[in-house]
Design a protein around this ligand. Sequence first.
Ligand SMILES: [Zn+2]
Length: 483
Amino acid sequence: MLRANYNWSLSDRIDSYYQRYICGDYCDLRTKVVITPLTCSLGGATGNPWSNKGKKKSPVNIQITELPKLKQARPWYDEIDSTVLQQNLRRLDNAYNNFFQQNRGFPKFKNRSTFRSFTYATGVKIKGNKIYLPKLGWVKFYNSRPIPDGFKIKSVTVRKKSNGYYVSVRIEDKSISTFPIKKLEEITTITGLDMGLGKLVYCSDSSAIDNPKFATNKTTKRLQKIRQRRVSRKKKRSNNRRKAQQRLSRLSHRITVKREAYQWQTAKKIVSKSDAIAIEDLQISNMIKRCKPKYDENTGRFLKNGQSAKRALNRLIADASWYSLTQKIEYMAAKSGKIVLKVNPRHTSQECSVCHHIDPDNREGEKFLCTNCGHVDDANFQAGINIKNKAINHYGLNIVKKVRRDLPKPKQLTLFETPTSELTENKRRKRLRDAPSHGASPINQEKHYPRKSKRDVPGNLKEYTFQLSLFNQENNHPDRDSL
Ligand SMILES: [Zn+2]
C-alpha cells in the first residue's frame, strides 16, 4: 500500500512539473483529464499551493495536505498509520532534494524489492520484548538494547532485510547536554592515518590495523561465485530462483554485518590513541571509476583499456569501504570530545617526512627511499606521518613532542626486508613461474597443507603453525628422498 502511495506521489510530482507548460484546466495533454486533487495535487478547485500566511507551500506540504482527499477516494489507506503515510511523502521529498542538491539520480519508481522500509513518527511503545506499532498491534521482537531512562522515542523505522525484519529506534533526551568538543588550541597529541589495502589503516605512530577483506578473500569470493551461479541457472520467476537469491543475499548480509562490527572496533581503537585524528580527504567514487573505452580508429573495434585489471582493485577498494570507516571514526571522535581533521591528499605518498623533498621517484611500491637525503621507510607509514604533519601545519596546532628515553628506538625496516605478506595475485603467480619447477619452492609447498575441515577457524592457528614447523624441518620432510 505504501509503495502504491509512493509511486502515485512521484508521478504526481512529475505531472505537476509538466503542467507548467499547459494552458487550460486539464492536467495531461494526452488524456485531457480535468484537474482534481485526485489527478494532480496542484491546481483544481481545492488544491491550493499557497499557505494561510501567504507563503508558497513546499511540494511535500502540498501533498501532505491533500492526503485526506486521497484517503476518501482510497478507503484502504485507512489501514496505514497517518504518520507513516506522511513520512513516506517526506522520503520522496528527500529523494528529490538529493537529486537537486547532491547531484544524485532522479527518484525512481519503486518495486517490491526496492521498497523495504517505513517510518513511524509517533505512537510506538516498547515493553520488554514486545513493541507496539500503530495499526499493526503488539509485535514480539528481540530487544537488543533497552532504552535508557529519561529518553523519548523520536521515530521508529521498520526495515526488511534478507534474514528478517529489523526495527531501529531514534531516541532523545533534551536534558543531556551535547558532548564537549576540544578546541584546536587544546590539542596536544595527534595521529595521522593513511588508509590502505594491504593493511586497512597505517597510523603515524608506526602501528597498523589489519584488513580482513571480508568480501574479497578467497573463500568468500568462491562461495559468492557459487551462490551467484546457482541463481542464474534457475528458471526465471521460479520459486527455486527466489530461494537461491535469498541464500545469496543472506551471504552478503553476513559480510556487511562482519565488516560493520570490525569497523566499529577499529574506529574505537583509533580514536583512543590521541586528541585529534588527521585523515586524507579522499574522493573514493573517483577512485573506483571504470577506465575509459579505447577504440581502434581504423576498424572501430574496442581495444584493451586495462579495465579487467582495474576491476579487481576496484573491488578491493569497495570492500575496504574507507568512507564508512571514516564516518565511524568521526562519530566516535565526536562522542569522546575529539576532533577529526581532514587534509588534502596531494603528495602525501611522495613526500619525505624528514627533509620534505617531494619526488615521485621517492616511492617504489612498498619501499620509500628519499632521493634527496636517503631516508628509508615503509611507504605507507611515510604517508601517515606526512598526513599528520600536514594537519599540524594547516591547522596551526601546538603538539607536545614526547621524548621516550627509556624505550629503544622503533625498529626501522631496511630496504630489502619490506613485509611480503601482501603479495598480489599477479606477483604470486610470477614467483611461482620464476621458482624452480621441481615443486620444492616454499610457495608450492604451502599449497599442500591439509585443511582440517570446512569450518576451520582461521583465527585458531596454534595447531597449524605447529604442523608448519614440523614440515619445514629437513629430517621430517616426507618427500626428501624422492626429491
Ligand atoms: Zn628526505
